[in-house]
Design a protein around this ligand. Structure first.
Ligand code: PLP
Length: 487
């Protein structure tokens, strides 16, 4: 095991008046060691550095070290300096590694904001072992990490001060350009690179937009059932969420819920969680409603790249001629979620506002990651990876549909929307989604009840069946086990 050294300067308690320098230094170092702030095996700073840092003579530091050595707290070896003794008796150490809070201790009274009382934890990607039918997750084992590493290494070797200092809040201009090109050609988005903000995923885009357009009490329309990540953001800023039912054409437009709405969150390409595509008439009606009512639309295009049958579904934003749509998407599904990079395309008149908001919230997304991603796109790896994943996911979906329809008859009806990373299985055996989830978990199968995303009871109970993250054999096992679990 490599030896640990202190590379950071030590901060010792101040010297009390009337205490000699050697005595103080000895006491202070001993306390740091005994209380576990300087760990066993760690190298103490060189006597010369410590003397300079605290304005002491070198002889004083040497005397303090000698005394610590004589008492067994430190050991000295030529060439490896003075280290805290690794065989320090544990019972000498006064504090456990993680200080436990005394049971009776009450947390201090703090004045916190209304935001704190409203914000709730939004669990993201948990590092759990992967099983059929994990939803919302791409096949991370197939990500070409060696290619990414090569692109990153090449970029890092060429990094100069400009890339180390920072960039504009909206992002690395070549990446804004690459994203704008991609969105124009592949998603039918109408935008200039200057309208593209590079953000830490759709989640940050939601937060930025909420800050920009929602005051406490403002009404925001959310698809019902809908995405929890969006609801959490709107709740945190104190907005009033108006759940708006979704029908076969998309979010419904009944006058009541829309009255006075400042913002509406929609997933037109692939409704989350039902997987439906918003029809063209509904898109046009939605844009018209937004224009006349002064409602902004947040279009979440989270996994629209994946469509396995029929033509690609272009973005709603491409039909917008009045600047009412804010379009957002993510690299979480097409690359990997921990990258935390996505984009928000804003109407031209909001560019300055978004720039200001982004500048105080995070300055800008990690520039080196942006540069690596930009190279990955420019070198053609992004397009290649996407094409490969589309083929693989289409095969996996085929296995789920074939096996599922054969073995789950009377238990689950799998919808025929062929897109995204998960299918919807409607329960046909009278079970609730939660009961089905529990039964499936008992057989090592993961399913998410659609009811998890609903605020009100659903007319029909269903499950998310993810098919992208695991291979065909695991999907087959999942179907077999699910059929036993639900029978
Ligand atoms: C509907 C929806 N939007 C957005 C995201 C992605 O969010 P992010 O880009 O913050 O990773 C997800 C991820 O699961 C999602 O399901």
């Amino acid at each position: 095991m490599p030896k640990r050294t202190t590379t950071l300067p030590l901060t010792l308690a101040p010297r009390p008046a009337g205490t000699g320098a050697t005595r103080w230094l000895y006491d202070a170092l001993r306390t740091e060691i005994l209380e576990g702030r300087i760990r066993t095996g760690v190298r103490l700073p060189a006597t010369r550095d410590l003397a300079a840092q605290y304005g002491l003579s070198r002889g004083t530091v040497v005397s303090a070290f000698d005394r610590l050595r004589a008492e067994g707290y430190v050991v000295q070896r030529t060439g490896s300096g003075t280290r805290v003794n690794t065989v320090l008796p544990q019972d000498l150490l006064r504090t456990p590694r993680t200080p436990a809070r005394p049971a009776a201790e009450r947390p201090p009274a703090r004045h916190l904001t209304g935001f704190v009382s409203r914000v709730a934890l939004f669990r993201g990607y948990e590092p759990r072992s992967i099983h059929a039918f994990r939803d919302n997750q791409p096949a991370l084992d197939l990500f070409p990490i060696t290619v990414w590493a090569r692109v990153a290494a090449r970029r890092l070797r060429r990094v100069g001060p400009a890339l180390l200092v920072g960039t504009e809040p909206l992002g690395y201009p070549p990446l804004q350009q690459a994203v704008a090109d991609y969105l124009r050609t592949s998603r039918g988005v109408r935008c200039e690179p200057g309208q593209v903000a590079i953000v830490s995923g759709v989640q940050e885009a939601l937060d930025l937009v909420a800050r920009l357009v929602l005051d406490p009490g403002d009404r925001v329309c959310l698809e019902e059932p809908g995405y929890i990540g969006a609801a959490r953001v709107f709740e945190a800023v104190g907005a009033t969420i108006v759940p708006v039912p979704v029908d076969a054409e998309g979010i419904t437009l009944g006058a009541r819920p829309w009255r006075g709405a400042r913002l509406a969150y929609v997933t037109p390409a692939h409704q989350f969680p039902l997987g439906l595509e918003m029809s063209l008439p509904r898109r046009l009606a939605l844009l018209e409603r937004a224009r006349t009512a002064g409602t902004l639309i947040f279009e979440d295009d989270y996994d629209a790249e994946y469509r396995y049958a029929g033509r690609p579904v272009p973005a709603l934003q491409g039909l917008d001629h009045h600047g009412v749509v804010l379009f957002s998407g993510t690299f979480s599904k097409v690359l990997f979620p921990s990258l935390r990079l996505g984009y928000l395309v804003v109407p031209p008149d909001l560019v300055d506002r978004v720039t200001a908001a982004k500048s105080v919230v995070s300055r800008h997304a990690s520039l080196l990651d942006q540069a690596v991603l930009c190279d990955f796109i420019a070198d053609g790896h992004f397009g290649r990876h996407l094409r490969r994943m589309r083929e693989i996911y289409a095969e996996r979906l085929g296995v789920l549909l074939r096996e599922g329809r054969a073995q789950l008859e009377g238990l689950v009806e799998i919808s025929d929307i062929e897109a995204g990373l998960q299918a919807v299985g409607w329960l046909a055996n009278g079970m609730t989604g939660v009961a089905a989830q529990r039964a499936a978990a008992g057989r090592g199968v993961e399913v998410t009840p659609i009811s998890r995303y609903a605020r009100a009871p659903l007319a029909r109970e269903g499950l998310h069946l993810g098919f992208a993250a695991v291979d065909a054999n695991e999907i087959r096992r999942g179907v077999r086990e699910l059929s036993v679990a639900l029978s």
